[in-house]
Design a protein around this ligand. Structure first.
Ligand SMILES: CC(C)(COP(=O)(O)OP(=O)(O)OC[C@H]1O[C@@H](n2cnc3c(N)ncnc32)[C@H](O)[C@@H]1OP(=O)(O)O)[C@@H](O)C(=O)NCCC(=O)NCCS
Ligand SMILES: CC(=O)OP(=O)(O)O
Length: 334
């Protein structure tokens, strides 16, 4: 079974409820139909029931069996307002402000449903920018116990590729932290290694990416990655991790052994930790578009409950995959 089929099978075995707020986007409707057909997860769609069913029917789909929650009509609105007020009371949020937010921004409504325990996770971002999707989850769900930083990764499945784990990689941070410092970068590396174990179910080999391989270039940007590598080794001694590597040295065995002889990671990396979001975000887009790779994400990690984002360029099939991954993340959360 390939990566995403294995993930779907895992999701089926421990059914979770995932909320999809972007029902105004036809890709969400198409994904919901597929998720029901493939029996991957329970869904909650947000919006006016007649409008959602009408939009689906216009394209020949029937969503009448799916739970649809209308924020305007739900009997739980008061409860959700209280949840939001409680989560944001240190910021001075009032009942009236919370009500206005929940009725005007369904991304907040979906996250509050997750916080209240009425859904196990949320997936959005087909028609909202990443900042708008992730801000409510960071504000309301916050970090998982023992974690200081939420970060965002992509699972990349590259066709006909002998590198990584038979073409499977995780790239981080490719969605959230714009210019992580060395300590944050080390933290992202550790968390991403855990996500690789969880999602790919193989041993992670983590490469800290730079424009330098083992001292071949000198610059403060390189120093940051060298320091992050040192810290990550200290923080996560159990993880196979090294740096600093250029991407070719990280993933191509012959180049890895030429540029960094004797290294266990060089040439064998399946987890790439990029030094900035500029590198990680465009790195994943290059591989997705030029190598025609599947790209699932941005998937958050280090958050209390899973809320995952999508690129606005995503397909309905990408949404299905991210919903299945979200269910697997929810199963793993204690
Ligand atoms: C996500 C993002 C919007 C947060 O920044 P922001 O809106 O300025 O929000 P703030 O910095 O005020 O943070 C909001 C809350 O989230 C928390 N937070 C922000 N980043 C966090 C992180 N990486 N981990 C944990 N918590 C975080 C803050 O502590 C704050 O909590 P509080 O309100 O309870 O005090 C910002 O990091 C961002 O825009 N990232 C880039 C996203 C992007 O465009 N990606 C490219 C496409 S994928
Ligand atoms: C993940 C990402 O880059 O999102 P978008 O393409 O929507 O900016």
């Amino acid at each position: 079974m390939n990566f995403i089929e294995t993930i779907k099978e895992r999701a089926r075995k421990d059914r979770k409820t995932i909320v999809l707020p972007e029902t105004n986007d036809i890709r969400t409707i198409q994904a919901a139909v597929k998720i029901m057909e493939e029996d991957i997860a329970e869904l909650v769609l947000l919006g006016n029931r007649d409008k959602v069913l009408g939009k689906a029917a216009k394209y020949g789909y029937d969503l009448s069996e799916v739970t649809i929650v209308d924020p305007e009509k739900t009997a739980k609105l008061d409860e959700y307002i209280e949840v939001l007020v409680e989560a944001r009371k240190s910021k001075g949020m009032t009942y009236e402000e919370a009500k206005k937010i929940l009725l005007s921004d369904y991304l907040y409504f979906g996250v509050v449903m997750v916080k209240a325990g009425d859904a196990d996770g949320m997936v959005a971002g087909a028609c909202h920018a990443t900042a708008d999707v992730l801000r409510p989850s960071l504000q309301i769900l916050k970090t998982a116990p023992g974690t200081k930083l939420v970060s965002a990764i992509f699972v990349m499945v590259v066709p006909n590729c002998e590198y990584g784990s038979n073409g499977i990689f995780i790239f981080g941070d490719a969605g959230l932290n714009q210019n992580p410092n060395a300590e944050e970068l080390a933290h992202i590396a550790g968390t991403t290694a855990y996500s690789f174990e969880l999602l790919v179910q193989q041993d992670p080999y983590v490469a800290m990416i730079s424009h330098s391989t083992k001292g071949s270039a000198k610059h403060p940007d390189v120093d940051k990655v060298v320091e992050a590598t040192r810290l990550a080794k200290e923080m996560y001694p159990e993880i196979k991790l090294d740096g600093e590597y250029q991407v070719d040295a990280a993933i191509v065995p012959s180049i890895g052994q030429f540029k960094a002889p004797g290294s266990e990671i060089a040439g064998n990396a399946n987890v790439l930790i990029f030094p900035t979001l500029d590198a990680g975000n465009n790195g994943y887009k290059l591989v997705q578009r030029l190598a025609k790779a599947e790209a699932y994400g941005p998937l958050t990690q280090g958050i209390a409950k899973p809320v995952n984002d999508l690129s606005r360029g995503c397909s309905a099939e990408d949404i299905v995959g991210v919903v299945a991954i979200t269910a697997v993340q929810a199963s793993a959360q204690r």
